[in-house]
Design a protein around this ligand. Structure first.
Ligand code: NAP
Length: 248
């Protein structure tokens, strides 16, 4: 039977590359997005043109009622959920901690970590053998920023990703006996739109000389790691992190 995977923020960047690769590997793909409907529909159309199964769902995954509705829609349209990729994320203009206000901190933490808790909660309620499910896999998209702290740019973002790592460790142990594996990828500098949100669209090219492999990464290179963690090929791995950073 075809397995269904839900990818939050599947409309662009790493999420879109993950959606396309997941479909190529035979999964039915639920593409979540928050506002860019045309980007999400492009991903879905591409999958369908290639003979795959996919649908797009608008939902702000930092809002509990929208997460609940998203999962209900996936239940209705696709049946049992096998995989969740907690990929949606954001960052804001580069600044020092001393200049950050509460509004910014709340936006970053709700979008980058509360969202992961809410989606993981809904996934566990469906996948756990304790709740009558048949198990599954959750992959969280963290960041190498959890290790470096992103000084002078966005320590708030880095801290939200540190929390994603703790969620990965704790949840992996909590549900290990219930058929669910929980792992994470930690991308380094990847060519996507996210850097423009920080006010520096060309950020990857600025820093690439400092990366051991001397280049930025492509979203598809992160997607490969995510798909491995989703698949049975990683069946004995849970609570682990794959750094996709070019050696940084
Ligand atoms: P991106 O190109 O900016 O794409 C962000 C995606 O997240 C879009 O699909 C966007 O939807 C969606 N999204 C944003 N807020 C959302 C919300 N509240 N609810 C639902 N969807 C939401 O970003 P990216 O670089 O691919 O990043 C993907 C993940 O990788 C993020 O968690 C990011 O922190 C992490 N990451 C990226 C890098 C990098 O260098 N690019 C490095 C480390 C980690 P719309 O299209 O509707 O706006």
């Amino acid at each position: 039977m075809q397995k269904t995977v839900l990818i939050t923020g599947g409309s662009r960047g790493i999420g879109a590359a993950t959606a396309l690769l997941a479909a190529e590997k035979g999964y039915a793909v639920c593409v979540n997005y928050v506002s860019n409907q045309s980007a999400a529909e492009k991903v879905v159309d591409t999958i369908r043109q290639r003979g795959g199964k996919a649908a797009a769902y608008a939902a702000d995954v930092s809002v509990e009622s929208e997460v609940n509705e998203l999962f209900r829609a996936v239940d209705r349209d696709f049946g049992p959920l096998y995989g969740l990729v907690n990929n949606a994320g954001t960052l804001e203009t580069q600044m020092r901690v001393e200049d950050m206000d509460t509004g910014r901190l709340q936006r970053i933490f709700t979008t980058n970590i509360v969202s992961c808790f809410l989606c993981a909660r809904e996934a566990v309620r469906r996948m756990s053998t304790k709740h009558g499910g048949t198990g599954g896999a959750i992959v969280n998209v963290s960041s190498i920023a959890a290790r470096t702290g992103s000084p002078g740019e966005y320590v708030d973002y880095a801290a939200s990703k540190g929390a994603v790592d703790s969620l990965t460790l704790g949840l992996s142990k909590e549900v290990a006996e219930e058929g669910i594996r929980v792992n994470a990828v930690r991308p380094g500098f990847i060519y996507t739109d996210i850097h423009a949100l920080g006010g520096e669209p060309g950020r990857v090219d600025r820093v690439k000389a400092g990366i051991p492999l001397k280049r930025g990464g492509q979203p598809e290179e992160v997607a490969n790691a995510i798909l491995w963690l989703l698949s049975d090929e990683s069946s004995f791995s849970t609570g682990i992190f794959i750094d996709v950073t070019g050696g940084r």
